[in-house]
Design a protein around this ligand. Structure first.
Ligand SMILES: *[C@@H]1O[C@H](CO)[C@@H](O)[C@H](O)[C@H]1NC(C)=O
Ligand SMILES: *[C@@H]1O[C@H](CO)[C@@H](O)[C@H](O)[C@H]1NC(C)=O
Ligand SMILES: *[C@@H]1O[C@H](CO)[C@@H](O)[C@H](O)[C@H]1NC(C)=O
Ligand SMILES: *[C@@H]1O[C@H](CO)[C@@H](O)[C@H](O)[C@H]1NC(C)=O
Ligand SMILES: *[C@@H]1O[C@H](CO)[C@@H](O)[C@H](O)[C@H]1NC(C)=O
Length: 352
């Protein structure tokens, strides 16, 4: 080997050595973050799930879910892509595979894993799927099995979605109105325990979603002909988000870090709702509160069929014109709009 080649190789070696440590330049973005995130681990519920729920019971596996992407029902609670897909896209990696496919699609484990199960919360809910503690156990198990190393997790990001199933379970099981604030406090405490545990397992950056305005979901606005939100519910959401912001600050103080941050889904949703309130000439969504796919009457929901297989729901002609897909979940167009808001983009900047 001549000297020139040797020099070239040496240079290459030195550059490779440092590129893992130095500031990452992403377009015009100069990162103070000493690494480029390579993997995404996702915990939580249907706002983030990309196919963990059981095929025999979850609506996410039934028509018309998935009609926009991938073109058929595939386990997402939407007509198409959800939050996880947009966050993975932002990181420049492929959407991590659902945990249930870790054996069949082992080649994709290099992008991380999605442990989120629709219907779950930090506590047990009515969904009978793994709660967040169990989801984190799954990651710990993969570490125990040396699928990942603690060191490898340092260059990873966790996205934790908490979209309110603990609260719908509380309401459905006769939780009292007086007891609600104390329950919110216990939910946020459990979220805090979970975030800390994900950090202790070695994950470098951890994003937790703020709670979206629950009182503006179609399941609440239906009563008001999809014209306005339930303010009682939104007041409770504000308490949750205040406590969450404090908890995340404390976690960063305790760890002397900027490892933890809140993804501001709350203001992202409001940005979209306000476009209509502001009486814009042509808001993106004519009425953001009105969903695309709804049950024909109480007791039926999107994807419901009767015993003869006749459909018991109505479907809008163009899902792109709606913010909400069903009574709880945004459409792909809705998630795209959420992702594009300044509130969401500014949150994501905390990754670098
Ligand atoms: C989560 O689920 C596990 C297994 O069912 C259960 O033992 C545990 O108590 C649950 N954790 C919480 C915080 O609800
Ligand atoms: C992983 O290993 C640790 C230490 O051996 C053990 O305490 C823990 O129970 C294991 N966890 C799982 C989920 O396998
Ligand atoms: C809630 O209260 C209703 C009416 O009192 C009762 O029928 C129902 O079984 C209760 N549900 C739970 C989960 O306790
Ligand atoms: C608003 O939400 C609260 C809490 O879930 C509920 O008790 C109340 O009935 C709702 N109000 C209306 C008008 O639907
Ligand atoms: C926190 O981190 C800063 C910067 O790395 C360092 O200067 C400081 O000593 C640390 N404080 C504690 C309490 O570890």
């Amino acid at each position: 080997m001549d000297t020139q080649n040797l020099l070239f190789l040496l240079c290459f070696f030195v550059i490779s050595l440092f590129s893992g440590q130095q500031q990452v330049v992403e377009g015009s973005r100069v990162s103070p973050f000493p690494f480029r995130p390579k993997k995404l681990f996702v915990f939580g519920d249907s706002y983030a799930d990309t196919g963990n729920n059981r095929k025999d019971s979850a609506s996410s596996w039934k028509y018309p879910y998935g009609i926009t992407f991938p073109g058929k029902p595939a386990g997402r609670f939407s007509d198409g892509r959800v939050s996880t897909d947009y966050i993975a896209g932002f990181l420049g990696i492929k959407t991590p595979i659902p945990y249930r496919w870790r054996k069949q699609l082992a080649g994709r484990l290099k992008y991380g894993v999605n442990f989120a199960y629709g219907g779950t919360g930090v506590f047990d809910t009515l969904a009978q799927e793994p709660n967040m503690t169990t989801q984190i156990d799954f990651l710990q198990q993969l570490l125990n099995e040396s699928v990942y190393t603690k060191r490898g997790l340092k260059t990873s990001v966790a996205f934790v979605s908490v979209a309110g199933n603990d609260y719908s379970t509380y309401t459905a099981t006769n939780g009292s109105a007086e007891g609600f604030p104390a329950f919110i406090s216990s939910v946020v405490s459990q979220i805090t325990v979970n975030l800390k545990r994900i950090h202790d397992l070695g994950v470098g950056k951890i994003a937790v979603s703020a709670l979206q305005p629950l009182g503006c979901l179609p399941r609440s606005t239906a009563r008001f002909s999809y014209q306005h939100c339930n303010e009682t519910e939104n007041t409770l959401v504000n308490l949750h988000n205040q406590l969450l912001a404090q908890a995340v600050n404390n976690l960063n103080k305790q760890a002397n870090s900027t490892s933890f941050f809140v993804l501001d889904i709350y203001n992202a949703f409001w940005t979209i709702f306000n476009e209509k309130e502001a009486h814009q000439e042509s808001p993106k969504f004519e009425n953001p509160f009105q969903p695309c796919c709804v049950g024909v009457s109480a007791g039926f929901s999107c994807a419901s069929v009767d015993e003869n297989g006749a459909k018991k729901y109505t479907l809008c002609s163009n899902p792109k014109s709606k913010f909400f897909w069903d009574t709880v979940h945004p459409t792909e167009e809705g998630w795209q709009a959420v992702y594009s808001t300044p509130a969401f983009q500014n949150s994501l900047k905390q990754l670098w």
